[in-house]
Design a protein around this ligand. Structure first.
Ligand SMILES: Cc1cc2nc3c(=O)[nH]c(=O)nc-3n(C[C@H](O)[C@H](O)[C@H](O)COP(=O)(O)OP(=O)(O)OC[C@H]3O[C@@H](n4cnc5c(N)ncnc54)[C@H](O)[C@@H]3O)c2cc1C
Length: 440
């Protein structure tokens, strides 16, 4: 049997060069990780964000272009997320790189932005916070001593190196650090429900608004039934962007894939691109407004909705979501419906507290960011501790950024007061978050 381990002791990494040492390291620079980085550095902690790709913003800056979760669905359209997340959205809106877009299926008003500009916005916010940035550097192993995460091994352009800090945040989407540290996780497995993957794309020279969503869905169904086009998903979203004549398209669906299996993920990328060609061909051939349109770009990577998740000190459940439950240790709020894409060709929507959007919200507990087995580690973003159903509601980017801000603030406070994140006084954390504009 192999003795290779993802979790090492300090003695086992003694030969590696120490590339960086400080207070807080954030793994993954997506919505959660970038917000965590800014929050931690603004609290005065020496902070580094480590990202495997060449930009910050993650899925939000590569696959998507609309923040959901800021507004609770319902007649009043109340905003439930503030803090750094809203600072990002507000900055994009004020600079003319975003607009608010009423949602057609009840997820609340979205903020549609230009993803390339989001990358630069995070660059500026992180630089202004004073945090360090390490791009093109996947974390490959975790160093644990006495049940505490104390370091990471990272692959860099100069080979493997060691990073040391006093607190760590796993914002990798796939719970990469938690998994490597050996903590309890919910993982893709045969028979376990898992949301499908989607490859997004953009079309240019579109006569925007020439077809309604309802008519588009009818045309997809018709073409799929005829068998002229292979269109696995019969609904989905096509919407206008900041760029005139350009639409963002979320139509493809690659199901039954374990995104943590390297060959399955690779095959999903290829299948996603194949579906993009097919949907683009269908749009140009069959849909009013697309006669002169062409495919202008495809996402850098296929969009993964769900993979590994922490099984932490609290597991957020469907009941918590549907009953709009609050928690004494809530560090973020969410009003988004359960949005489950795992039902074959269609998507299932379930609203908090009833059959229609109500404007009700629930709290996201701090304990859902804390592993049971190790100290020195927080988890934020889509790999938080939640069931499949609860995750289908809480995974929007506004909530991921809010969780990131809470994790970053908690990590910095734990370093500042020399306690572990798990024994931090949550009341003090919540007070600090509210002082910084977080809505609780
Ligand atoms: C197809 C699709 C459509 C969606 N639509 C919407 C929508 O319209 N609006 C909305 O609000 N939400 C939407 N969501 C949900 C939302 O996008 C995600 O839940 C959210 O972006 C997750 O943010 P995150 O920060 O947790 O992860 P990510 O944004 O994925 O960030 C994780 C980062 O970690 C990095 N990373 C991973 N492993 C390592 C490693 N070992 N070392 C270093 N770096 C690493 C990755 O490169 C990535 O940058 C959608 C999701 C998908 C897939």
């Amino acid at each position: 049997m192999s003795t290779w381990s993802t979790c090492l002791s300090l003695a086992e990494v003694a030969e590696l060069p120490l590339l960086w040492s400080g207070d807080v390291i954030v793994v993954g620079g997506g919505s959660a990780g970038s917000a965590a980085t800014v929050a931690s550095a603004r609290c005065g902690a020496r902070t580094l964000v480590v990202e495997r790709s060449g930009f910050l913003g993650g899925t939000g800056a590569s696959v998507l272009d609309t923040f959901y979760g800021f507004y609770a669905p319902g007649a009043e359209g109340v905003r439930v997320v503030g803090g750094i997340a809203w600072e990002v959205a507000d900055r994009l809106l004020r600079e003319g790189f975003a607009f608010e877009r009423p949602n057609t299926y009840g997820a609340g008003t979205g903020v549609t932005y230009e993803p390339d500009h989001l990358r630069r916005t995070w660059d500026r916010l992180v630089a202004d916070s004073g945090a360090g940035v390490l791009l093109h550097s996947p974390v490959t192993r975790v160093v644990v001593e006495d049940n505490s995460v104390v370091g990471l091994v990272v692959e860099t352009t100069q080979g493997p190196a060691l990073l040391r800090a006093r607190a760590f945040i796993d914002a990798s989407g796939d719970a990469e650090v938690a998994w490597r540290a050996g903590v309890a996780l919910e993982r893709p497995a045969p028979g376990r429900r898992l949301q499908p993957l989607t490859a997004t794309f953009r079309m240019m020279d579109v006569e925007v608004g020439a077809t309604t969503t309802k008519e588009l869905h009818r045309l997809i169904g018709e073409a799929a039934d005829e068998g002229t086009y292979r269109l696995p998903r019969r609904e989905g979203s096509v919407h206008r962007t900041v760029l005139p004549g350009v639409v963002h398209t979320n139509l493809t669906r690659v199901s039954g894939v374990d995104p943590t299996d390297p060959f399955e993920l690779s095959a999903a990328e290829t299948e996603g691109r194949r579906q993009i060609e097919e949907y683009a061909r269908f749009l140009v051939d069959r849909v009013p407004g697309y006669a002169k349109a062409s495919l202008v770009s495809t996402a850098d990577r296929i969009g993964v909705r769900e993979s590994r998740r922490l099984l932490g000190r609290y597991v957020l459940t469907r009941e918590d979501v549907m009953s709009a439950r609050d928690f004494d240790d809530a560090i973020a709020r969410c009003g988004a419906p359960l949005e489950d894409h795992d039902g074959g060709g269609s998507t299932v929507w379930e609203y908090i507290g009833g059959d229609t959007p109500s404007g009700e919200t629930y709290g996201v507990p701090y304990r859902s960011l804390l592993p049971v087995e190790v100290e020195g580690l927080l988890v934020a973003g889509r790999c938080l501790s939640a069931t499949h159903d609860a995750h289908a509601s809480v995974r929007s980017m506004a909530q991921c950024m809010a969780m990131g801000e809470a994790a970053g603030t908690a990590a910095a406070m734990s370093v500042e007061s020399d306690v572990t994140p798990g024994s931090l006084d949550v009341g003090t954390l919540r007070d600090r978050l509210v002082k910084n504009g977080v809505l609780l």
